[in-house]
Design a protein around this ligand. Structure first.
Ligand code: MG
Length: 115
């Protein structure tokens, strides 16, 4: 497996989904079940919860013995992104164009730019 040093959103999505398909084949063989969109959605929610937990710790709302780090947040955000890419990949959605449109929408809405 070649891991690219620099990724576009499209390439990152493809890499994530290809990895997912390989993992899913093994899971199906071992457990007789495949990851489906409902499981991927629960993964997104689970990872979002892990992001929330780390931020809670970073902001001092967790016991100090359960210290959270910026590296942990980085890892959890990446996990979340992976799951989002899988759901998009499942439905053959390319997020690159949609993401550009999202930025345009935010700029229009909050910065009052025309396009
Ligand atoms: Mg995680």
């Amino acid at each position: 497996m070649v891991i690219l040093m620099s990724l576009t959103i499209s390439k990152a999505q493809k890499l994530a989904f290809k990895t997912f398909e390989e993992i899913n084949r093994r899971i199906k063989t071992a457990r007789g079940k495949e990851w489906n969109p409902f499981v991927i959605v629960t993964d997104i929610l689970e990872e979002a919860g892990e992001v929330a937990s780390v931020v809670k710790g970073l902001e001092g709302y967790k016991p100090p013995e359960k210290a959270k780090t910026k590296e942990m947040l980085t890892s959890e955000l990446s996990d979340l992104l992976y799951s989002v890419f899988l759901l998009a990949g499942y439905y053959r959605i390319n997020l690159e164009d949609a993401f550009i449109q999202t930025i345009r929408n935010y700029r229009r809405r909050f910065l009052h730019e025309d396009k």
